[in-house]
Structure formats: C-alpha cells, structure tokens
Design a protein around this ligand. Structure first.
Ligand SMILES: NC(=O)c1ccc[n+]([C@@H]2O[C@H](COP(=O)([O-])OP(=O)(O)OC[C@H]3O[C@@H](n4cnc5c(N)ncnc54)[C@H](O)[C@@H]3O)[C@@H](O)[C@H]2O)c1
Length: 254
C-alpha cells in the first residue's frame, strides 16, 4: 500500500494516479489537509479500479499522522511506499519570502519548516517501523532545487528542503539493511496549482527564467511523477540515499 502526502493536487495527485496506473500500488492512501481534494482524488482512483481511501490530515500534526496511518493499516495492511510530497508553505501556497531573512521573525519560518521538514519526520516516523518489520519499504521525499542550490527568495524553504534531504539520506542509511530505501526527487520550476503564476507570466519573464534551464520549458507534474514512481518501484531496491534532480538541466548532480 502507498501513502502519498499532499496528493489532492499537483505533483502528489499525478504521483498517486501514476502509482495506480503503472501497477506499482493497488491500494493507496490519498492525503491532503484539504479534505475535498483528497476525497475527489480517492474517488477518481476507485474509478480506475484501485482501493483508495482519503486521509485528510495535516502532516505537521504528529498525533493526527499516527492515527491516520494506524487506521489505514488496520483497513488495508501495512504501508510499503511513502511519498513525502506535501510541501511549500502550507496554506500560503508557494509565496516568496516577504522580507529579507535578517528582517524576518522566527514565527515567519514556522510554516516552511513545518510542512517541508517536520511533516517529513512525522510521516516517515509513522510508517518506517512497519517497513523495517516487514523487511520492505520505499520512501521518496520531494525536495526542491532551492534545497540543493539555495534560493535567495526562499531562504527558510531552502533550508527546510535541504534538511528533509539530509534526513532522508540518514534514514536510508539506518533502514537499508532491512530492505527499506529512501531517496529524494528534487524539482525545478514545475507547473502545478501552487505555481499558477507561471501561466500568467509575460514572454520576457518566461524567457528570463528559462534561460537558466537547458530544456526550455517548465516541468510538469508528470516529469516529477516519473522519477518518484521509479524510486517507489520494486526494481529500485539497490538505489538509496540519493537525490535525483528533475529540473530541465537547471543544476547538475555529479
Ligand atoms: N511546483 C514547483 O515548482 C515545485 C518546485 C520544487 C519543489 N516542489 C515541491 O513539490 C511538492 C509538490 O508541490 P506542488 O507544486 O504540487 O504543490 P501544490 O501546492 O500544488 O500541492 C500541494 C498539496 O499539498 C497539500 N498540503 C499542503 N500542506 C499540507 C500539509 N501540511 N498536510 C497535508 N497536505 C498539505 C495542499 O493542500 C495541496 O493540495 C512540494 O513538496 C513542493 O515543495 C514544487
């Protein structure tokens, strides 16, 4: 069974759908803290023949995560694929930093740290013990090129995503001997509801942004999902602690 967080739209929605369509998971838990989104996607997946349940919890709420995972496990059996996808700045979507870091207050940092870092800890904590027991698991964490390169307009987000990547590598090291892999997919600018402003940009702005990319288009959710599904599949069992940039050549992984 697979749990995909933030699967009510964008990359998460595409990923949970592709996990089903590609036969990687027949049972899926569709998480989103917007309950309607989670239910709509679960319904779509049931129409595709999957066993799908909606689980509308906030990944930053540890007890809620534990409870939802316990409920899903009782209904469906253990979770053997976790995609830590929920991210950005929670309810604020993907808004840029409003002030320079040196003028920010610590309370400004919390939305970024909560969903992009602490949420990854909570969800992994809730499922990895079962994976270790069953000697099988796939954990995929969606990070950002901001976390690899350091993005001046998303300072705390950059740090939180880098933290999530470091944590994912470490848990891959700790759980590898039990058949559990943990990898990251690092996204460049990708067209999703969170980045709807991409579609409203004038040509000059679009060209300026894409000048940093070798492939001259923005990413699509399907680009992200293809890499996530690869790491989530059975065949990727000897790949762990890695970060794969899916970024149109914006930066390199050597
Ligand atoms: N779109 C991009 O350009 C881009 C670039 C780099 C990284 N990313 C990362 O990719 C992932 C998916 O991004 P997206 O663009 O599809 O985002 P999105 O905002 O379109 O979708 C994210 C979904 O997650 C849900 N969500 C947010 N906070 C949550 C929480 N605390 N608990 C549960 N659900 C929550 C939202 O309700 C939303 O439905 C995120 O981790 C994001 O940081 C995206």
């Amino acid at each position: 069974m697979a749990l995909v967080t933030g699967a009510g739209q964008g990359v998460g929605r595409q990923t949970v759908t592709d996990l089903v369509r590609r036969g990687i998971a027949g049972r899926v838990v569709v998480n989103d803290y917007v309950a309607d989104r989670a239910e709509t996607v679960a319904e779509e997946l049931r129409d595709l023949g999957a066993e799908a349940i909606a689980a509308p919890f906030d990944v930053t709420d540890g007890p809620a995560v534990q409870e939802a995972v316990a409920r899903a496990t009782a209904e469906f059996g253990g979770i053997d694929i976790l995609v830590n996808n929920a991210g950005n700045s929670g309810t604020a979507g993907h808004a840029q930093d409003q002030t320079a870091f040196w003028e920010s207050a610590p309370s400004d940092w919390l939305p970024w740290i909560g969903v992009n870092f602490t949420g990854v800890l909570h969800c992994t904590h809730a499922v990895v013990g079962g994976m270790v027991e069953r000697r099988y698991g796939r954990i995929v964490t969606v990070i950002s090129e901001a976390g690899r390169v350091g993005e001046p307009n998303y300072v705390v987000y950059s740090g939180a995503k880098a933290g999530a990547a470091g944590f994912t590598r470490a848990i891959g090291g700790a759980a590898g001997r039990y058949g559990v892999t943990a990898n990251c997919v690092s996204l460049g600018a990708t067209r999703t509801p969170a980045t709807a402003q991409i579609d409203e940009m004038d040509d000059k702005t679009t060209r300026r942004i894409l000048s940093g990319y070798a492939v001259k288009r923005f990413g699509e959710s399907a680009d992200a999902s293809a890499a996530i599904c690869f790491f989530a599949g059975e065949d990727a069992g000897w790949i762990t602690k890695q970060t794969l940039p899916v970024n149109g050549g914006y930066s390199n992984a050597l």
